[in-house]
Design a protein around this ligand. Structure first.
Ligand code: UDP
Length: 538
């Protein structure tokens, strides 16, 4: 620990005095509990009551000041999973004077990020719900630097992936249980509470069947900045490519097995003329897995959390996701959504086992491993006969669990056919650099001039200048879109033009006011903003 921090610790009387006089100060961002993040000075926590405490004094601040709306349903979400009722944050209020009767506070000198992990034993959840949101919450607030300390309040033990959480800051993360050993009343000098949801791409189906989030705000660039950071921490260098191309089969060893894995590996190697290797979470360290995946040309795996490691694939690589019998790939798309995020530049292929004779079911296992023996006979039979699991909510649908934990003999010719088709139709790694996704600015100096010929004919000449940023860019194709709308009408005539001026004569009437909207388009699909509307009278 640095000298500076131990001095803060030493000055106990001053810290206590400040807490008594200033109380707690809170300022949050976000309009709703689902998008709120709060910054606190002197937020306290009772390890006996397991409650956060807000101390009121003459100098305390509480923004937003919601009154009892703070409980409807909560001040904010502690995890990045939206509006989950086990993940809410709130505090209880006390006057600062109550401190006289309370245990002596222990001050936490580190800047704290206080949050919940959602499901720390599942790798998809670890990355999607925790690591990426924590990383980007820390990017959002400059005092959440490498010396910040993470506090996980969900109440789980470390979990199997704790080493990954440790990479996010230089200080050991602390768990709820460990807080008890620090004292009865903890006071966080400076803390942030909650996680940014800006990087999440999937909703797990708590209120509607699972699927991509409605408004995805993350692109491949931010994913790669994050993986670059993690790889540095894991001592995996990006530039160690030996040049030899290879395929990684990520296998599961406990359940949802590929029954003919050896045969599959041989077939892939032969088909693509590449070395093909297998990895599993059971047999490889995480660094080794990342090292292998980060240079792979293709990642093949059963549907499952291990596929979140496609985060680490290089651009242009192919993700092949295998689905057991009766599981419709379109209904379970966390990894497809990831692979197809804008700018991820991965090719995604799904294959589903459609042959009943190639599936092995486990009706007699415990319910949480997909067993169905506890259901009534008619229901068991219905599930056995069904050819597709209907869409369902998370997380205990027995038909889903039954099908999800089947083992599969992969129909190799059929799989190779699907891969060939998908990879042929969108060939090769995209060489596109960052400039490929830049949008035009507004067109400038737009003008119009009208001329009337007789009583029934008129012309409208419109001209404009290129967007300001175009002169600094190399753009393959520049086009302009012009909409001509008669004032008061709610339809318009659209035109796509290559030049910076055009004379419109079709459907232009004399003595009429037209509104002219102009925007620039780069490379067919990069639409710029409309310039201020032009008013043109003929
Ligand atoms: N897991 C694994 N090998 C297996 C089965 C599971 O490594 O044979 C991992 C899996 O990647 C995930 C965790 O164990 O991180 C929980 O797996 P589960 O089947 O519950 O979830 P899913 O993979 O369907 O999300």
């Amino acid at each position: 620990q640095s000298q500076e921090l131990s001095q803060v610790q030493i000055d106990y009387q001053a810290a206590l005095q400040a807490l008594l006089e200033d109380g707690t100060r809170m300022v949050c961002t976000g309009r709703m509990h689902t998008d709120r993040l709060c910054r606190f000075q002197s937020l306290c926590y009772s390890t006996e009551a397991e409650e956060f405490i807000y101390f009121h004094s003459n100098a305390s601040i509480m923004l937003p000041n919601l009154g009892s709306r703070r409980f409807q349903p909560a001040l904010l979400d502690l995890s990045s999973v939206e509006d989950h009722n086990t993940q809410y944050f709130n505090f209880v209020e006390l006057p600062a004077a109550a401190l006289k009767f309370m245990p002596k506070p222990v001050f936490v000198p580190d800047v704290a990020l206080i949050a919940n992990r959602f499901n720390p034993d599942n790798l998809m959840h670890v990355f999607h719900d925790d690591l990426l949101p924590i990383y980007y919450t820390m990017q959002q607030f400059s005092d959440l630097g490498a010396e910040a300390r993470l506090f996980f309040m969900e109440g789980w033990s470390e979990g199997v992936h704790f080493d990954l959480y440790k990479l996010l800051s230089n200080k050991q993360p602390l768990l709820r249980e460990q807080l008890k050993t620090l004292g009865r009343l903890l006071c966080f000098t400076k803390s942030y509470v909650g996680l940014s949801k800006i990087t999440t791409w999937y909703q797990y189906g708590f209120v509607q069947p699972q699927g991509p989030k409605a408004n995805i705000l993350v692109s491949g660039n931010e994913i790669r900045q994050f993986t670059k950071f993690l790889m540095q921490k894991l001592n995996v260098s990006l530039e160690e490519s030996s040049g030899e191309e290879y395929i990684v089969v990520f296998s599961r060893t406990i359940n949802r097995l590929i029954l003919n894995e050896a045969e599959l590996i041989l077939a892939l190697a032969q088909e693509f003329q590449m070395k093909t290797i297998t990895v599993s979470l059971e047999e490889h360290s995480f660094s080794d897995i990342v090292r292998l995946i980060s240079n792979a040309s293709m990642l093949v795996s059963m549907h499952g959390a291990q596929l979140v490691t496609s985060l680490f694939l290089p651009r242009g690589a192919v993700v092949v996701e295998l689905f057991p019998y009766a599981i419709n790939p379109e209904h379970y798309t966390p990894y497809k959504t990831l692979a197809t995020l804008p700018g991820m530049d991965l090719q995604y292929v799904a294959w589903q086992n459609t042959a009943r004779e190639d599936t092995v079911t486990y009706p007699d296992r415990p319910w949480d491993q997909g067993g169905i023996a506890h259901l009534d006979k008619a229901e068991q039979e219905r599930i056995m006969r069904s050819t597709e699991v209907p869409r369902h909510l998370c997380c205990r649908n027995p038909e889903w669990l039954f099908r999800a934990y089947q083992d599969t003999k992969v129909d190799i010719p059929a799989l190779l056919q699907v891969i060939r088709q998908a990879v042929k139709s969108k060939p090769g790694p995209k060489k596109q650099k960052w400039a490929g996704g830049l949008y035009p600015g507004k067109v400038r100096d737009a003008k119009c001039q009208a001329s009337v010929q007789g009583t029934s004919e008129a012309k409208l000449s419109v001209s404009w200048q290129i967007p300001w940023n175009l002169k600094y860019l190399k753009v393959r194709e520049v086009k302009y879109e012009v909409w001509i709308q008669e004032q008061g009408e709610n339809t318009y005539m659209p035109y796509i033009l290559s030049h910076q001026n055009h004379t419109f004569s079709e459907n232009i009437k004399p003595f009429t006011i037209y509104l002219v909207w102009i925007r620039c388009i780069f490379n067919k699909n990069l639409l710029g903003p409309f310039a201020d509307v032009l008013l043109c009278s003929t």
